[in-house]
Ligand binder design. Sequence first.
Ligand code: ADP
Length: 487
Amino acid sequence: MNKSKLDAFLNYIKSLKFTVFVVTLIVIIVPILAIGTIFLNVSTSKYYNNRLEEYKSNNVMLKNNIISSGYFDKKQSDAVNAQINLLSNEFDARIQIIDTANIIREDTKSSDIGHTSISKDVFKALKGKDVMEENSDLDYIEFSTPLIATVSTADGGSAKKTVGVLCTNYSTANISEYRNEVKRVVYIAFALGIIFALVVAGVCSKFFARPIRRVGEIIKDVKHRRGVEDLDEVKDCTEVKQILSDFNTMIDNFYAEQKKRDDFVSNVSHELKTPITSMKVLADSLVGQEGAPEELYQEFLEDISTEIERESQIINDLLDLVNTENIENEISISQVNINDVLESVLKTVKPIAEEKNIEVVYESFRPIIADVDELKFARVVTNLVENAIKYNKVDGTVTVSLNADHQYFFVKVQDTGIGISEEDQARVFERFFRVDKARARETGGSGLGLAITKEIVKKHHGSIGVHSKEDEGTTFTVRIPLKYIEE
Ligand code: ADP
C-alpha cells in the first residue's frame, strides 16, 4: 500500500462515519450474540432436564413394578414385560434386569440373557447405590438402579434387601438432535442479525456524518464577508445551525479584528506623517528664503528638532505598545516594594510639575510589597502622573495614593485638571485617542500612553478605571493583585 493510500485509509478509520458505523455494529451485534447464546443454552438444558426427569420417572415406575410383581420369584411378569417393551420402543432404550449373582435375567437386546454382567455400575447398584452415567460421545445415558424388596427373615420379621439391578440405557441422540436444531435456528438468526446490523450501521453512519459534511460544504461556498447569509434558509439540524452561527460570529470577529488592524495602521501612518509634514514645511520655507537671517535658521531648526523628538516618541510608544501586547512577551515578575516605585516616579516628574506650579501629594497608607514587573509598573505610574500634570491647571494639585486589601493593591492618581467628558472617558484607553487633538500638539502626547498603561495592567491581571468631571478633575484607579498567578 503506497503512502497516500495508507493515509486515506487511516483518515477513513479516524472518520466520524467509520466510528458511527463500528459503534452501531457493536451495539446491535453484541446483544444479538448474547441473547442467541443464552437462548441456545437455556432451551437445550431445559430439554435435557425434561428428558432426564422422564427417564428417571420411567425407571421408578419400572422398578416399582418389578418389585411389586415379585419378578425374581416368579421369573416372569406380563405387566413388567409389557412395560419393558413399551419403554424400549418409545424411548429407544435398552433395558436389562440383573440378579444378585450378576446374571442378566432380562435384556431387550436378548443376546445377553444368561450372561454375567461385568459392569462396574451394576456392582455399585448391587451395593444399594443409584448410578447414572452419561456418555455424550456415544450418545447414551445409563441408569443402574438397585431393586430393593422387603423380604421375610428367619425370625419371622422383615428386612429390606437388594434383590437385583435394573439397568436402563437411553439413547440421547434426540437431545443432540434437538441441540443441533436449535443451533441451526440461532445461527440463521445470527446471520440475519449481522446483515441487519450492517445495513443499520451503514445508514446510521451516513445519516450522522451528513450534517458535518453539510457544514463543510456550506462553509466552502461562503464567498462574502458576512458568513452564511441566511441561517433560516438552512434546513439542517439545530447543531448544524449552531455551528454555522458560531462560524458567522468568527467571521465577524475576524473582520472586526482586521478592521481594527487597518485602522491602527492608518492611524500610525497618519501620526508618523504629521511631524514629517511639519519638518518639510519648515525646511522648505528656509530653502525658499534666500539669505534668511541666522536667528530664523536657529528658530526653524529648533522646531524641526522638536518634531524629530515627537516622531521618535511616537515610534518608541508604538514599539512599547506592540511589545506589551505581544502575548509571547512575558512580563518579568518579582517582589517589588511599591512605595519605593511610587516615590521614585514622583521624584522624576517633580520638575515638570514645578513648571506649572502644581503640588504633588503622596499618600501611602501602608508599606506594600507585590508581584509586579518593576519597569513596566513604573511606566504605568509615570503615564498616569504625567497626564495628571499635563492636563492639569496652573497651581493645581496631583494626589497619588496607595492602599491595599488582603488581595489587591490600589494606586489612585487624582488631579484637579480639565477633566474628561463622560463620552470621551470610554475612549481614553483607545490607541491614538486624544480628547483635544490640537492641544495635543502642544502637550506633545502620542495618544498611546493610556493604551500602553491598560495593556500593562492587564498583563498583571489587574484593572484600570477612570472617573472624571469636566473642569473639576480626573481620577485614574489601578487595581493589581498582590500575588501574581501564572495563567
Ligand atoms: P497622550 O499621550 O495624548 O497623553 P494618553 O493615551 O496618555 O495620550 O491619553 C489619551 C488622552 O486622554 C489624552 O490625549 C487626553 O486627552 C486624555 N487624558 C488622559 N489623562 C488625562 C487627565 N488626567 N485629565 C484629562 N484628560 C486626560
